[in-house]
Design a binder for this molecule. Structure first.
Ligand SMILES: [Cu+2]
Length: 257
């Protein structure tokens, strides 16, 4: 019995030594503790720039101005210059002529995680030919480009707003006495009097034959429009309020093909 135990213990010892050698991979005994690493640091934030536009579509008429608010928001510790490039294109991405698009600033430098606001102003002239377009703002930074867009649809009509003087009831006309149109445009004389003047109605004087028919005696009530579609080219068609009166002598409509 004793003779058999000794080789068994020796064999077990050899086995244990061999096992430790494999784990150590040739190193010093006892160094098979994982190296004292630094704890995981929080992941570095991913820099981002969000850009949004306040309206995706505009439905309007000729002779109007529209503002687009472009909001910029940096996050993930992003900071730096942001450039905004405006353009107006049609469905085939061809630039739209005759409309005007301006920015109050074309470049903004954002502080770390800061915000910015840029305003674009679109002006559609009364005699623009294009009746549709996409207003684009390409927002570029070191992170790349974000493309914002708003589609604009235009009705071929122009509204001239007329109010009445609170003192004597006389018509108050649009600030620009000259209205340039294209043939086929509906021209609307809109009575925006406050309804307190007498008469509250307005009769538009047009010289029959020059393109603007004289309005009938019923006139236009408050918040209503006298509408005429101008299908003939004409230069210098005069108009004014026949009632309640006052002809400044300089109100003209020009119509071109
Ligand atoms: Cu008249």
């Amino acid at each position: 019995m004793h003779d058999m135990r000794i080789p068994l213990v020796a064999a077990l010892f050899v086995s244990l030594v061999g096992c430790v050698g494999v784990v150590d991979a040739g190193g010093t005994p006892g160094d098979d503790v994982p190296p004292a690493g630094t704890p995981d640091a929080p992941d570095a934030p991913t820099p981002r720039l969000a850009a949004t536009i306040d309206k995706a579509t505009v439905t309007t008429e000729l002779g109007t101005t529209h503002q687009f608010k472009i909001a910029l928001t940096a996050s993930g510790d992003f900071a730096g210059a942001v450039t905004i490039t405006p353009s107006i294109v049609d469905a085939a991405l061809i630039p739209v002529a005759g409309w005007d698009l301006q920015l109050d600033s074309t470049s903004v430098t954002l502080a770390t995680n800061g915000t910015g606001l840029v305003t674009g102003t679109l002006t559609i002239p009364t005699n623009a030919v294009a009746l549709a377009g996409t207003v684009k703002f390409d927002v570029t930074s070191s992170l790349g480009a974000v493309n914002l867009a708003s589609t604009v649809a235009v009705t071929k009509q122009v509204t001239l707003v007329i109010t009445q003087d609170a003192g004597n009831g006389q018509c108050i006309y649009p600030p620009n006495p000259t209205t340039n149109l294209r043939t086929g445009t509906k021209l609307r004389f809109l009575n925006m009097g406050d309804g307190t003047q007498v008469p509250t109605t307005i009769i538009i004087h047009g010289e029959n034959g020059n393109g603007i028919p004289h309005e009938g005696n019923a006139g236009i009530a408050t918040n209503q429009a006298y509408e005429v579609t101008l299908n003939q080219a004409v230069t210098g068609a005069g108009w004014y309020c026949h009632s309640p009166g006052n002809n400044p002598g300089n109100l003209v409509v020009n119509v071109a093909n």
